[in-house]
Design a protein around this ligand. Sequence first.
Ligand code: BGC
Length: 568
Amino acid sequence: MGLHKPDNVAGSSAPAIMVGLFVATGGLLFGYDTGAINGILAMDTFKHDFSTGFTDENGRPGMYPGQVALIVAMLSAGTTVGALLSAPIADQWGRRLSLIFAIGIFCIGAIFQVAANNVALLATGRTLAGVGVGMVSVLVPLYQSEMAPKWIRGTLVCAYQLSITAGLLAASIVNILTYKLTTAAAYRIPIGLQLTWAVILAGGLLILPETPRYLIKRGYKEAAGLSLSRLRRLDITHPALIEELAEIQANHEYEMALGPDSYKDIIFGEPHLGRRTLTGCGLQMLQQLTGVNFIMYYGTTFFNGAGVDNPFLISLIMQIINVVSTFPGLFVVESWGRRRLLIVGAIGMAVCQLLIASYATASGDTDIPTQHRILISFVAVYIFFFAASWGPVVWVVTSEIYPLKVRAKSMSVSTASNWILNFGIAYGTPFMVDTSAEAANLGSRVFFVWGTFCILSIAFVWFMVYETSKISLEQIDEMYERVDKAWHSRDFEPSWSFQQMRDFGFSESGIPPAQPQLELQSSNASSSQSDTGGSSTTNATTTTTTTTTTSSQDDKMLSQMGHIDLSY
Ligand code: BGC
């Protein structure tokens, strides 16, 4: 399954895995906060306490549609703002402090909501909590990818999606448990509970290390060494650690030699930043256009409208499938790779959706139990494919494909495009499905729309997504330089050493001189390098260049390390 640490990886991956899994639980806030509101809005006590005069057809107090839209939409507005804010903050304060800050804003938002006794205060709390969630949604995968060893990087980011799904499930369960209460506790408990995990997460982050890559970006080489030493459980003087750090630094210098790191550069900059940003934004938008949140947000209403018995239970079952099915993705993301998993997932989702839509069109919207069973089964299989592929892998790919200099900026823009579409779909779906005069009355045929986007997604992955498994974040730069077609990326073998390239001067095109020329230069320059103690070892696939003046002890160490993979 590819979840065993390769024998030739130096040090221990356990600290990085534990840190990565702990930070992944930031996804709980994301899932819980987006999931809790639907149930809360449906609670009688909530409607009674917040109604400003609106009554439903049975004369019971309720909310004006504009108020419901405000409460729901403010979270999305907040998340988009939060995602965009996260980049300047993360580049200035670091990934870890920014995460603590984001959780702080989230907590203030949650406290506003718990204390709210009117719509204005509630909407303000939702906006603030949204800003926090939006920031978390960029910073967690950013933090994880920048500290993880390459062999398990994708799996760790998948664990973040697992937490999102667990948060969504937890929100439904808590709502079910409290909705019958006749006091304000019915909605205050579900809102307040999210504070518990937020505080634990922020507390834990206080003692976790900053990512080595961020520290290199800011020029704090020593601190980067200490951080990497904690994460890899290797002494700061260990050659493998020195090598990893030197390669990260040389790669960053290489990126900077190709141009600045401004917002303009995420589109026009090198190496191929426009293509990479487009890939991330496209993936994030398509993830939403697969229609998953139609089920997550409107599942109960949809099953109810289709005449299914016990729509609450069915929605809960879908949430459980969503959590459990993330595991297969988590186990195969490294061995299958990102591209294959995304393509298989999109095919599976498209087939389910087109079958649901075709069946619904052919049989009409009748109230037949067999039809319900077919509908429920295909929705369940669809959720399986989403949860095992596009749910986690989109976060994985967008946390990997950008170079360090613009990583936070590009991730924040692509994640913001996810939230904008998230909002658009949450807001627009009722207009597509409803039976009212202004709506398109698509019913189950709305699955034609999602199915079509899934087919588009297959093509998008084939043409745009590069295979990023098994190589280090630095080697991904080399891949974008050397492989011009995404569908050839699977066969890519890294061969550049950014240190060697730096030592002999980056060429303007960013492409290093031919290998024999480098080797020649390397042997001429060897003695001066050993004087400064600079490491001139190349990465995994190239040979180690030893110098004539290296001490015999170093020689012994290097020969013992011949089998060690120095490119994490
Ligand atoms: C998506 C969310 C969605 C969730 C469902 C996430 O990856 O970004 O919009 O609600 O998956 O599990």
